[in-house]
Design a protein around this ligand. Structure first.
Ligand SMILES: [Zn+2]
Length: 402
Protein backbone atom coordinates (compact mmCIF):
# COMPACT_ATOMS: atom_id res chain seq x y z
CA UNK A 1 0.00 0.00 0.00
CA UNK A 2 1.40 3.36 -0.98
CA UNK A 3 1.74 6.03 1.65
CA UNK A 4 -1.21 8.21 0.57
CA UNK A 5 -3.44 5.19 0.30
CA UNK A 6 -2.42 4.13 3.77
CA UNK A 7 -3.14 7.65 4.99
CA UNK A 8 -6.68 7.64 3.53
CA UNK A 9 -7.27 4.21 5.00
CA UNK A 10 -6.00 5.39 8.39
CA UNK A 11 -8.20 8.50 8.32
CA UNK A 12 -11.26 6.52 7.30
CA UNK A 13 -10.59 4.14 10.14
CA UNK A 14 -10.37 7.01 12.65
CA UNK A 15 -13.67 8.44 11.33
CA UNK A 16 -15.19 4.98 11.67
CA UNK A 17 -13.95 4.73 15.26
CA UNK A 18 -15.31 8.21 16.07
CA UNK A 19 -18.72 7.29 14.57
CA UNK A 20 -18.71 4.07 16.50
CA UNK A 21 -18.00 5.92 19.76
CA UNK A 22 -20.74 8.50 19.08
CA UNK A 23 -23.29 5.84 18.07
CA UNK A 24 -22.42 3.67 21.04
CA UNK A 25 -22.73 6.73 23.29
CA UNK A 26 -26.14 7.56 21.83
CA UNK A 27 -27.29 3.99 22.21
CA UNK A 28 -26.26 4.10 25.86
CA UNK A 29 -29.05 6.59 26.62
CA UNK A 30 -32.25 4.57 27.02
CA UNK A 31 -35.38 5.83 25.34
CA UNK A 32 -39.05 5.81 26.27
CA UNK A 33 -41.19 5.05 23.24
CA UNK A 34 -44.64 4.85 24.74
CA UNK A 35 -46.76 5.54 27.80
CA UNK A 36 -50.03 3.88 28.80
CA UNK A 37 -52.41 4.07 31.71
CA UNK A 38 -55.06 1.50 32.46
CA UNK A 39 -57.43 1.30 35.37
CA UNK A 40 -59.92 -0.89 37.16
CA UNK A 41 -61.74 0.07 40.36
CA UNK A 42 -59.08 -1.88 42.29
CA UNK A 43 -55.93 -0.52 40.70
CA UNK A 44 -54.31 1.82 38.21
CA UNK A 45 -51.46 0.61 36.02
CA UNK A 46 -48.90 3.01 34.54
CA UNK A 47 -46.63 1.60 31.82
CA UNK A 48 -43.61 3.01 29.97
CA UNK A 49 -42.23 1.24 26.88
CA UNK A 50 -38.44 1.24 27.12
CA UNK A 51 -35.58 0.57 24.72
CA UNK A 52 -33.60 -1.23 27.44
CA UNK A 53 -33.62 -2.34 31.04
CA UNK A 54 -33.23 0.58 33.49
CA UNK A 55 -32.68 1.09 37.18
CA UNK A 56 -35.33 3.16 38.90
CA UNK A 57 -36.56 4.26 42.31
CA UNK A 58 -40.12 5.07 43.32
CA UNK A 59 -41.36 7.05 46.30
CA UNK A 60 -44.43 8.93 47.46
CA UNK A 61 -44.87 12.54 48.55
CA UNK A 62 -47.80 14.06 50.43
CA UNK A 63 -49.77 17.29 50.20
CA UNK A 64 -50.45 17.09 47.33
CA UNK A 65 -50.41 13.31 46.90
CA UNK A 66 -47.70 12.37 44.41
CA UNK A 67 -45.76 9.35 43.22
CA UNK A 68 -42.25 10.12 41.95
CA UNK A 69 -40.22 7.79 39.73
CA UNK A 70 -36.53 8.55 39.27
CA UNK A 71 -34.92 7.10 36.16
CA UNK A 72 -31.63 7.55 34.33
CA UNK A 73 -31.46 10.35 31.76
CA UNK A 74 -33.84 9.15 29.07
CA UNK A 75 -34.67 10.09 25.52
CA UNK A 76 -38.45 10.69 25.74
CA UNK A 77 -40.04 10.14 22.35
CA UNK A 78 -43.38 11.66 23.34
CA UNK A 79 -44.40 15.12 22.13
CA UNK A 80 -45.90 16.31 25.42
CA UNK A 81 -43.99 16.36 28.68
CA UNK A 82 -47.07 16.98 30.77
CA UNK A 83 -50.64 15.77 30.40
CA UNK A 84 -53.95 15.50 32.21
CA UNK A 85 -55.20 12.03 32.85
CA UNK A 86 -58.80 11.08 33.34
CA UNK A 87 -58.44 7.41 34.18
CA UNK A 88 -57.90 5.86 37.58
CA UNK A 89 -55.90 7.37 40.41
CA UNK A 90 -53.65 9.58 38.28
CA UNK A 91 -54.85 13.14 37.73
CA UNK A 92 -51.85 14.46 35.82
CA UNK A 93 -48.33 13.37 35.02
CA UNK A 94 -45.16 15.05 33.81
CA UNK A 95 -41.60 14.02 33.09
CA UNK A 96 -38.30 15.58 32.15
CA UNK A 97 -34.72 16.07 33.11
CA UNK A 98 -34.19 16.50 36.82
CA UNK A 99 -31.00 17.72 38.42
CA UNK A 100 -27.71 15.91 38.02
CA UNK A 101 -28.64 14.06 34.90
CA UNK A 102 -31.45 11.84 36.03
CA UNK A 103 -34.93 11.91 34.58
CA UNK A 104 -37.95 12.23 36.79
CA UNK A 105 -41.58 11.25 36.32
CA UNK A 106 -44.11 12.84 38.67
CA UNK A 107 -47.65 11.50 38.97
CA UNK A 108 -50.17 13.78 40.67
CA UNK A 109 -52.73 11.57 42.37
CA UNK A 110 -56.43 12.21 42.58
CA UNK A 111 -56.64 10.29 45.87
CA UNK A 112 -54.12 8.65 48.19
CA UNK A 113 -52.69 5.45 46.74
CA UNK A 114 -50.18 2.77 47.64
CA UNK A 115 -47.46 1.45 45.33
CA UNK A 116 -48.56 -2.15 44.94
CA UNK A 117 -45.62 -3.04 42.74
CA UNK A 118 -43.07 -1.45 40.40
CA UNK A 119 -40.80 -3.44 38.11
CA UNK A 120 -39.20 -3.64 34.67
CA UNK A 121 -40.63 -6.40 32.54
CA UNK A 122 -38.18 -8.07 30.14
CA UNK A 123 -39.14 -8.36 26.46
CA UNK A 124 -41.75 -10.98 25.71
CA UNK A 125 -44.45 -11.78 23.16
CA UNK A 126 -43.23 -9.16 20.70
CA UNK A 127 -43.14 -6.34 23.28
CA UNK A 128 -39.89 -4.75 24.45
CA UNK A 129 -38.83 -3.75 27.95
CA UNK A 130 -41.63 -2.16 29.99
CA UNK A 131 -41.61 -0.25 33.24
CA UNK A 132 -44.79 -1.14 35.15
CA UNK A 133 -46.17 0.66 38.18
CA UNK A 134 -49.33 -0.55 39.88
CA UNK A 135 -51.17 1.72 42.29
CA UNK A 136 -54.10 0.85 44.52
CA UNK A 137 -56.38 3.21 46.45
CA UNK A 138 -55.73 3.50 50.19
CA UNK A 139 -56.79 5.84 52.98
CA UNK A 140 -54.80 8.92 53.92
CA UNK A 141 -53.33 7.27 57.02
CA UNK A 142 -51.80 4.43 55.04
CA UNK A 143 -50.53 6.83 52.41
CA UNK A 144 -48.91 9.04 55.04
CA UNK A 145 -47.22 5.99 56.58
CA UNK A 146 -45.63 5.24 53.18
CA UNK A 147 -44.18 8.72 52.83
CA UNK A 148 -40.52 8.78 53.76
CA UNK A 149 -39.11 11.28 56.19
CA UNK A 150 -38.73 14.55 54.33
CA UNK A 151 -35.44 14.97 52.56
CA UNK A 152 -34.22 18.54 52.89
CA UNK A 153 -34.10 20.67 49.77
CA UNK A 154 -31.02 19.94 47.72
CA UNK A 155 -29.78 23.47 48.00
CA UNK A 156 -26.68 23.70 50.11
CA UNK A 157 -26.55 26.23 52.94
CA UNK A 158 -24.73 29.30 51.78
CA UNK A 159 -21.81 28.60 54.08
CA UNK A 160 -21.04 25.47 52.08
CA UNK A 161 -20.82 27.23 48.76
CA UNK A 162 -17.30 27.50 47.48
CA UNK A 163 -15.88 31.01 47.63
CA UNK A 164 -16.76 33.09 44.61
CA UNK A 165 -14.01 34.14 42.23
CA UNK A 166 -12.57 37.59 42.75
CA UNK A 167 -15.12 40.09 41.67
CA UNK A 168 -14.92 42.43 38.69
CA UNK A 169 -11.24 42.11 37.87
CA UNK A 170 -12.28 43.20 34.39
CA UNK A 171 -14.56 45.99 35.63
CA UNK A 172 -17.63 44.20 34.33
CA UNK A 173 -20.91 43.80 36.15
CA UNK A 174 -22.37 40.35 36.56
CA UNK A 175 -25.95 39.75 35.48
CA UNK A 176 -27.58 36.40 36.17
CA UNK A 177 -30.52 35.51 33.96
CA UNK A 178 -32.90 32.89 35.21
CA UNK A 179 -35.00 31.03 32.64
CA UNK A 180 -38.06 30.05 34.66
CA UNK A 181 -39.03 26.36 35.07
CA UNK A 182 -37.39 23.56 33.03
CA UNK A 183 -37.11 19.79 32.82
CA UNK A 184 -39.83 18.05 34.76
CA UNK A 185 -41.43 21.44 35.58
CA UNK A 186 -42.92 22.78 32.31
CA UNK A 187 -44.45 25.94 33.82
CA UNK A 188 -47.56 27.21 32.09
CA UNK A 189 -48.73 25.54 28.89
CA UNK A 190 -50.59 27.53 26.22
CA UNK A 191 -53.67 26.32 24.33
CA UNK A 192 -51.47 25.56 21.31
CA UNK A 193 -49.05 23.49 23.41
CA UNK A 194 -46.30 26.09 23.93
CA UNK A 195 -44.40 25.45 27.17
CA UNK A 196 -43.37 28.32 29.41
CA UNK A 197 -40.02 26.57 30.05
CA UNK A 198 -39.20 26.82 26.31
CA UNK A 199 -40.17 30.48 25.97
CA UNK A 200 -38.15 31.45 29.05
CA UNK A 201 -35.04 29.60 27.87
CA UNK A 202 -35.20 31.19 24.42
CA UNK A 203 -35.61 34.65 25.99
CA UNK A 204 -32.78 34.06 28.49
CA UNK A 205 -30.38 33.01 25.73
CA UNK A 206 -31.33 36.01 23.59
CA UNK A 207 -30.90 38.41 26.53
CA UNK A 208 -27.50 36.88 27.31
CA UNK A 209 -26.45 37.38 23.68
CA UNK A 210 -27.61 41.00 23.64
CA UNK A 211 -25.99 41.87 26.96
CA UNK A 212 -22.68 40.26 25.97
CA UNK A 213 -22.67 42.28 22.75
CA UNK A 214 -22.61 45.44 24.85
CA UNK A 215 -19.23 44.38 26.28
CA UNK A 216 -19.96 45.56 29.83
CA UNK A 217 -21.24 42.41 31.48
CA UNK A 218 -20.43 38.92 32.59
CA UNK A 219 -23.67 37.13 31.90
CA UNK A 220 -24.62 33.89 33.65
CA UNK A 221 -27.62 31.68 33.06
CA UNK A 222 -29.14 29.54 35.81
CA UNK A 223 -29.82 26.89 33.17
CA UNK A 224 -28.67 26.36 29.57
CA UNK A 225 -30.98 23.52 28.67
CA UNK A 226 -34.26 21.82 29.44
CA UNK A 227 -33.45 20.83 33.01
CA UNK A 228 -35.09 21.33 36.38
CA UNK A 229 -33.33 23.60 38.91
CA UNK A 230 -34.91 24.08 42.36
CA UNK A 231 -35.82 27.64 43.29
CA UNK A 232 -33.31 27.78 46.13
CA UNK A 233 -30.53 26.69 43.79
CA UNK A 234 -31.41 29.48 41.33
CA UNK A 235 -31.05 32.02 44.12
CA UNK A 236 -27.74 30.40 45.11
CA UNK A 237 -26.39 30.60 41.57
CA UNK A 238 -27.08 34.35 41.57
CA UNK A 239 -25.27 34.77 44.88
CA UNK A 240 -22.36 32.45 44.07
CA UNK A 241 -21.69 34.47 40.93
CA UNK A 242 -21.72 37.64 43.04
CA UNK A 243 -24.33 38.99 40.68
CA UNK A 244 -25.09 42.68 40.56
CA UNK A 245 -28.53 41.89 39.16
CA UNK A 246 -30.74 38.80 38.92
CA UNK A 247 -33.48 38.67 36.29
CA UNK A 248 -35.96 35.80 36.34
CA UNK A 249 -37.94 35.38 33.12
CA UNK A 250 -41.45 33.90 33.03
CA UNK A 251 -44.69 33.89 31.06
CA UNK A 252 -47.94 33.77 32.96
CA UNK A 253 -51.38 32.27 32.45
CA UNK A 254 -54.74 33.46 33.71
CA UNK A 255 -58.33 32.22 33.44
CA UNK A 256 -59.42 35.30 31.48
CA UNK A 257 -57.90 34.62 28.07
CA UNK A 258 -58.40 38.16 26.84
CA UNK A 259 -55.86 39.56 29.34
CA UNK A 260 -52.44 40.19 27.83
CA UNK A 261 -49.24 42.13 28.49
CA UNK A 262 -46.16 42.08 30.67
CA UNK A 263 -45.71 42.70 34.39
CA UNK A 264 -42.59 43.27 36.51
CA UNK A 265 -42.53 41.78 39.99
CA UNK A 266 -40.28 42.50 42.95
CA UNK A 267 -40.11 40.85 46.35
CA UNK A 268 -42.37 41.88 49.16
CA UNK A 269 -43.65 40.29 52.35
CA UNK A 270 -47.16 41.41 51.53
CA UNK A 271 -48.46 41.14 47.99
CA UNK A 272 -49.58 44.22 46.08
CA UNK A 273 -52.84 42.51 45.10
CA UNK A 274 -54.62 39.17 45.06
CA UNK A 275 -53.46 38.34 41.55
CA UNK A 276 -49.81 38.91 42.48
CA UNK A 277 -50.21 36.74 45.61
CA UNK A 278 -51.76 33.95 43.54
CA UNK A 279 -48.99 34.16 40.97
CA UNK A 280 -46.23 34.02 43.61
CA UNK A 281 -47.90 31.04 45.20
CA UNK A 282 -48.06 29.33 41.80
CA UNK A 283 -44.45 30.13 40.91
CA UNK A 284 -43.30 29.02 44.37
CA UNK A 285 -44.79 25.59 43.72
CA UNK A 286 -42.15 24.75 41.07
CA UNK A 287 -40.31 22.43 43.45
CA UNK A 288 -43.53 20.64 44.42
CA UNK A 289 -44.38 20.15 40.75
CA UNK A 290 -40.96 18.60 40.19
CA UNK A 291 -41.47 16.20 43.08
CA UNK A 292 -38.93 17.80 45.42
CA UNK A 293 -39.85 17.11 49.01
CA UNK A 294 -39.54 20.36 50.83
CA UNK A 295 -40.21 18.92 54.25
CA UNK A 296 -41.76 20.87 57.06
CA UNK A 297 -41.20 24.55 57.59
CA UNK A 298 -41.06 25.56 53.95
CA UNK A 299 -41.66 29.28 53.81
CA UNK A 300 -45.08 29.90 52.35
CA UNK A 301 -45.73 33.14 50.52
CA UNK A 302 -47.06 34.89 53.60
CA UNK A 303 -44.17 33.69 55.74
CA UNK A 304 -41.35 35.08 53.68
CA UNK A 305 -39.41 37.12 56.16
CA UNK A 306 -37.28 39.92 54.95
CA UNK A 307 -34.18 41.05 56.79
CA UNK A 308 -32.49 44.42 56.94
CA UNK A 309 -29.89 43.63 54.31
CA UNK A 310 -32.67 42.52 52.02
CA UNK A 311 -34.50 45.81 52.43
CA UNK A 312 -31.58 47.72 50.94
CA UNK A 313 -31.37 45.19 48.12
CA UNK A 314 -35.11 45.54 47.58
CA UNK A 315 -34.72 49.26 47.02
CA UNK A 316 -32.33 48.48 44.17
CA UNK A 317 -34.73 45.90 42.81
CA UNK A 318 -37.52 48.48 42.78
CA UNK A 319 -35.20 50.99 41.13
CA UNK A 320 -34.40 48.51 38.37
CA UNK A 321 -38.12 47.72 37.93
CA UNK A 322 -38.89 51.43 37.53
CA UNK A 323 -36.18 51.77 34.89
CA UNK A 324 -37.33 48.63 33.10
CA UNK A 325 -41.05 49.42 32.81
CA UNK A 326 -40.90 52.37 30.39
CA UNK A 327 -38.46 50.43 28.17
CA UNK A 328 -40.71 47.36 28.22
CA UNK A 329 -43.67 49.57 27.32
CA UNK A 330 -41.89 50.50 24.09
CA UNK A 331 -41.43 46.81 23.21
CA UNK A 332 -44.65 45.15 24.35
CA UNK A 333 -48.04 45.82 25.86
CA UNK A 334 -47.83 46.06 29.65
CA UNK A 335 -50.56 45.38 32.18
CA UNK A 336 -52.05 48.22 34.14
CA UNK A 337 -50.17 48.33 37.44
CA UNK A 338 -47.18 46.98 35.56
CA UNK A 339 -45.04 46.88 38.72
CA UNK A 340 -46.44 44.52 41.33
CA UNK A 341 -44.91 42.73 44.29
CA UNK A 342 -45.29 39.48 46.21
CA UNK A 343 -43.35 36.80 48.06
CA UNK A 344 -41.50 35.09 45.22
CA UNK A 345 -38.95 32.62 46.56
CA UNK A 346 -36.70 33.05 43.52
CA UNK A 347 -36.27 36.75 44.37
CA UNK A 348 -35.13 36.05 47.93
CA UNK A 349 -31.35 36.64 47.68
CA UNK A 350 -30.64 39.14 50.47
CA UNK A 351 -27.74 40.75 48.59
CA UNK A 352 -28.64 40.55 44.89
CA UNK A 353 -31.20 42.99 43.46
CA UNK A 354 -33.73 40.71 41.76
CA UNK A 355 -36.76 41.12 39.54
CA UNK A 356 -39.16 38.68 37.96
CA UNK A 357 -40.38 39.55 34.48
CA UNK A 358 -43.65 38.05 33.31
CA UNK A 359 -43.19 38.64 29.59
CA UNK A 360 -46.85 38.11 28.73
CA UNK A 361 -49.61 35.53 28.97
CA UNK A 362 -49.51 32.08 27.44
CA UNK A 363 -53.26 32.00 28.11
CA UNK A 364 -53.62 34.77 25.50
CA UNK A 365 -53.30 33.79 21.83
CA UNK A 366 -51.75 37.10 20.74
CA UNK A 367 -49.09 37.07 23.49
CA UNK A 368 -48.32 33.41 22.79
CA UNK A 369 -47.72 34.15 19.12
CA UNK A 370 -45.42 37.05 20.03
CA UNK A 371 -43.49 35.08 22.64
CA UNK A 372 -42.96 32.21 20.21
CA UNK A 373 -41.55 34.51 17.53
CA UNK A 374 -37.86 35.36 17.39
CA UNK A 375 -38.85 38.99 16.76
CA UNK A 376 -40.88 39.04 19.98
CA UNK A 377 -38.08 37.54 22.04
CA UNK A 378 -35.54 39.94 20.49
CA UNK A 379 -37.70 42.97 21.29
CA UNK A 380 -38.16 41.93 24.90
CA UNK A 381 -34.45 41.12 25.33
CA UNK A 382 -33.49 44.45 23.83
CA UNK A 383 -35.79 46.36 26.22
CA UNK A 384 -34.36 44.51 29.23
CA UNK A 385 -30.77 45.01 28.04
CA UNK A 386 -31.41 48.77 27.62
CA UNK A 387 -32.76 48.89 31.16
CA UNK A 388 -29.68 47.03 32.48
CA UNK A 389 -27.46 49.64 30.79
CA UNK A 390 -29.49 52.54 32.19
CA UNK A 391 -29.49 51.03 35.69
CA UNK A 392 -25.72 50.62 35.85
CA UNK A 393 -25.14 54.01 34.18
CA UNK A 394 -27.06 55.54 37.04
CA UNK A 395 -25.05 53.58 39.61
CA UNK A 396 -21.75 54.54 38.00
CA UNK A 397 -22.80 58.19 37.94
CA UNK A 398 -23.59 57.97 41.67
CA UNK A 399 -20.22 56.37 42.39
CA UNK A 400 -18.28 59.01 40.47
CA UNK A 401 -20.15 62.02 41.85
CA UNK A 402 -18.33 63.66 44.79
ZN1 LIG B 1 -43.38 30.87 35.60
Amino acid sequence: MTNWRYDIFRRAFIVFLACFAVCAGAAAKPSVTGLRIGSTPESTRFVLDLSSDVKFSVFTLADPYRVVVDLPDMDWKMAKTEADETRGLIARYRFGLFQQGNARLVLDLRNPAAIKQAFVLPPQAGAGYRFVLDLEPVGRDRFMASVQAPVPERSKPLAEIEPAPQKRVDGRRTVTIDAGHGGVDPGTISADGTYEKEVTLAAAKELKKQLEKRGRYNVKLTRHRDIFIPLGERVEIGRREKSDLFISLHADAIANRSINGGTIYTLSETASDKEAAALASKENKADIIAGVDLGAGTPEVAEILIDLMQRETMNYSVEFASILIPRMERAIAMRTNSHRFAGFRVLKAPDVPSVLVEMGYLSNAQDTKFLKSSRGIEQIASAVADAVDAYFDRHDARLSSP
